[in-house]
Design a protein around this ligand. Structure first.
Ligand SMILES: [Fe+2]
Ligand SMILES: [Fe+2]
Length: 259
């Protein structure tokens, strides 16, 4: 079995620090992990992913970082996107954007393709994730395929998972920062969770100081969102076991802790 841990949207310094604390514990709990993937789109101070936050997360043991609608917030990452193929941004952004949307990673139990996609509901997808996958599946040689579908709408995420059921190992949703309670293996063997959630401050609105979000909503004025750096932190992730012969998911388990 290939043991895969996927960590939900990591928010700011507090999220990065919590990942550093939790990875060794989870490696012990799951008796080693073959692959750790994390969504890093909010990991930099002030949002986005930066060279520094990416380096920190790789140093914690993450193997591949995915992104989303905030992937391009930091200019420092543009060069990294070109040079480091383990930092992904959604595949179905414009082909003119820096970076790439999938990578094939070699674990000690075989190759795993990791694909990052973005939804069309309320987000800036350039093309359909469904069409992209139809084209890409023919080109991928490994059966072990892991997808981070960064999307707002639950229905869009469930639809893509069912569209790919039996063709990929797992589809996880990210972006909402709230973990859903529906982890399951679909009928043809694809592991699915609508949203993994976040690693970010517990006393917050999706990772941001509540008063700032309330001000933004009640006044409609621009407000600079800031992330609490101290206090309790939510740690949301999901663990998969994938059969390396069939490429199908045999176990899925969510992780939801307050640290
Ligand atoms: Fe996010
Ligand atoms: Fe997002």
């Amino acid at each position: 079995m290939i043991k895969i841990l996927f960590i939900g949207d990591i928010v700011g310094l507090i999220g990065c620090r919590t990942v550093k604390v939790m990875i060794p514990k989870l490696k012990e709990k799951y008796d080693g992990l073959d692959l750790i993937i994390a969504n890093a789109e909010n990991s930099a101070r002030g949002n986005g992913v930066s060279k520094e936050s990416a380096e920190f997360l790789f140093g914690c043991g993450c193997n591949v970082l995915t992104g989303g609608n905030h992937s391009f917030r930091n200019f420092s990452i543009y060069k990294e996107f070109k040079e480091n193929n383990l930092i992904l941004r959604p595949l179905n952004f414009s082909k003119n954007c820096p970076g790439r949307g999938f990578v094939v990673f070699e674990t000690k139990k075989g190759f795993v393709a990791i694909i990052n996609l973005i939804g069309q509901a309320y987000l800036e997808a350039a093309t359909s994730a469904f069409d992209e996958m139809k084209n890409l599946l023919f080109k991928i040689k490994t059966k072990n395929i892991f997808i981070d579908f960064h999307a707002e709408a639950t229905g869009e995420k469930a639809a893509l998972a069912n569209f790919l059921d039996g063709k990929v190992s797992a589809v996880v949703g990210t972006h909402t920062h709230v973990q859903t309670n529906d982890a399951r293996i679909l009928n043809k063997g694809t592991g699915f969770l609508t949203d993994v959630g976040m690693v970010g401050p517990y006393d917050s609105v999706l990772g941001v100081f509540p008063n700032l979000v309330i001000r933004r909503i009640t006044t409609k004025m621009p407000v600079r969102f800031m992330v609490p750096e101290e206090g309790k932190c939510v740690f949301n992730a999901v663990y998969f076991e994938v059969n390396e012969i069939t490429g199908l998911c045999e176990k899925i388990e969510t992780i939801n802790e307050i640290v």
